[in-house]
Design a protein. Sequence first.
Length: 367
Amino acid sequence: MTAPLKTTPLNALHRELGAKLVPFAGFEMPVSYPDGIIKEHMATREAVTVFDVSHMGQLEIRGDDVAARLEAVLPSDIQSLACGRQRYSFLTNDAGGVIDDLMVTRLPDRFFMVINASRIEVDVPYLWKALPDLDIRLLTDHTLLALQGPGAEAVLAKQCPQVTHMVFMDVIEAELHGEPCVISRSGYTGEDGFEISVPAAIAEALVREWLSQGVKPAGLGARDSLRLEAGLCLYGHELNEQRSPVSAGLNWAMQKVRRSGGERAGGFPGADRILREIAEGADPVRVGLLPEGRAPLREGTVLEDDAGKAIGIITSGTFSPTLQRPAACGYIDVAYQGASCIAQLRGKPVTIAITDPVLVPHRYKRS
């Protein structure tokens, strides 16, 4: 029998707001609200929206020498991560594939980690087994909210003035509605914004306060189109247990100290393959794709060269509200040197420009 869908603490509010609710990673989640995905997307680009991302897994990690222990499972430099900062990283398997991608934060007395909802039941047992000496706890009484867009700082600063001093990837502990929260200046949209871990008991009141100030609710549909425009990977699409992070273009998340010749080179699962690919290159490679015409090309569409030879595949595709055209990303054989490729759409060839995965420039606050 199929397990009943879990709900977030904001489920009743989503229904009140007229959300279209769909199953996602075992949860009932809002994909859109009555204004529709395009308006939610553009409100994030131009103003400010709030996303309920409470389905994500939130972990607290405590113990002795946590940073060094985490480097046994993460290929990033965790030991030099400053208190009050976070870093993007991933769990890798022995074959060099990606078990999950995640955000890891150093706080004064613990590390805080956010993992993908669809991988909670994989990641948590994996971490417990790999790091049995650490106290790793899944938070089940907290909500995760994403306040995103150029207006996010002004909204949140009314409740927490210190956020005005934060830059991209800064993290603070503060109080909202009298309760302790963890606030990071980050997100999954390519825009400036914040992700806020709050006790579930205050989540609805907090969101209602933002809505009263003109913040618009946004769902999974806009979240997906925004992250695709920003060139950000989605687990299960661009990332999986077979593809390496190098193939996905994530070399930047593996600092020099963990690479060949570095002070703490290797020592993580799959290091042989990953370090070799960093040095020699990976095949295939992730690219951005801009199809001609108005029809989006979807996941699984085969990419061909002019002779009809398969050279790659689309892993995510949608209509880009910002660019006002179809947009996609996928993987192409590294030997292919063309500036464009072809896909078949209902039996007709569509020409696709090959470009950088970042289709819309990021607008994070870096200083």
